[in-house]
Design a protein around this ligand. Sequence first.
Ligand code: FAD
Length: 467
Amino acid sequence: MTFDVVVLGAGSAGEWVAGGIADSGGSAALVERLRVGGECPYVACIPSKAMLGSAHARNLARRLADLGAASAAPALDPGEAAFGAVVRRRDDLSQDGDDRRAADGIIGRGVTLVRGTGRITGPGRVEVGSRELRYRDLVVATGSSPVIPAVDGLGTVPSWTSDQALTAPDYPASVIILGGGAVGCELAQAYAAFGVAVTLVEPSGQLAADEEPVVAAGLADALRAGGISIRMRATAVKAAPGPAGGARVVLDDTSAVTADRIILATGRMPATAGLGLAAIGVTPLESGALSVDEHCRVAGQEHVWAAGDVTGLAPYTHGANYQARVVTDNLLGGRAAADYRAIPRVIYTEPPLAAVGLTQAQARAAGLDTVTATADLSKLERVATDGAAAGRLVLVADRARGVLVGAAALGPGADSWIMEAAVAIRGEVPIAVLADLVHPFPTFVQGYEVPLRELAAALAGSESPGS
Ligand SMILES: Cc1cc2nc3c(=O)[nH]c(=O)nc-3n(C[C@H](O)[C@H](O)[C@H](O)COP(=O)(O)OP(=O)(O)OC[C@H]3O[C@@H](n4cnc5c(N)ncnc54)[C@H](O)[C@@H]3O)c2cc1C
């Protein structure tokens, strides 16, 4: 039998496409070598957010007296004892890595689930073990895998990737986290809340290296306030067993850090190796990603599509689902095109860092004449009433069109209220209209009002907050 669609990889993207085709009456085979559901439910989004949820609750409990919710600070059990509770809750929410529910769900929708590693053997053909699957259209949704940095001696010391850090029951008394991106910052805060001594090593001059410097600096302040030691502009060059076990890591400034364990959070790369892409004449980009057009069709191919981390374009679950939506529409005869201008990016620390669109530097590099406004959110009444951490908001506008092209925020609930900027960017809502919006009082989303008015004034030519 020839399937209408064969999907390689049953992560967020693959599940979405295969399910969508089956729901519409088409035949779909979904090939998965590990777990139906992919990374997100078992080793990525859900366990990390579960640990962070517990960590934020513990940090909030420490502030009960300050917040007027208790007459004295409550006694919390030691971090190591509490960690067992975190692990139980985390593993429960990530279904102990058991994909039966997801597998039953997708089979129940009429998808043919094929367990094993899929390999393309030629146009229209995929091999899974001894079985050959034939397709009209192929969707590559194989995700990404952790980048292991070239650190001399890394193999001789205890180290985890995020996959292991988010599934292991062990409590490390101390960790060195290599990489200050989203995964590194989130794990740092999750562990530190439970008394783990955390050193975060970041090669660039800021955490969240691609985000607006002012919000990234605020994030670093928030992590430091939680007891995390940050080694900026530092790269691990050598690792060796420490004097009392664990790991001793030498940095490129010749200083050394020791800890029970190293956690590698040095990025991920698209998983295209060994897929047999050459058999259909496809060569991945240097990054390992598959090059796709706006319909998520693989460059130069009529019947091969890609969605999710494997494209390297929007490496988030919502990005994978979005591209899967575009692919599914095209496979069902539509002409959907992906628009990447307003895909939100979030680091789920407390407070969260959330951003959408271009940073000021990216907008300038793209040749735009930018106008920027930056707001300190500490004056918001809601910050005072909640006793919340203050925050920052940066808005970047295109002077020529009078619309927002980017926003970056650090502040309570920013992961949700960043969507006001996302709608504005995607819908090209005039700044004058945005500046006239009414926000409920007292909320964090009111933080938009002052910088939007500044932008509106600057665009009207009366004042220039920054360009
Ligand atoms: C620690 C961590 C936390 C994260 N937190 C968030 C978050 O909070 N929010 C968010 O939006 N994103 C988050 N992400 C990113 C998110 O997990 C990914 O963007 C998302 O899972 C990508 O989905 P995908 O379908 O592209 O790939 P995956 O979920 O990786 O699925 C790919 C699947 O393909 C399978 N596969 C690969 N090759 C083959 C083959 N040859 N044959 C058969 N099967 C194959 C794999 O086994 C895997 O199951 C996080 C990532 C990490 C690492």
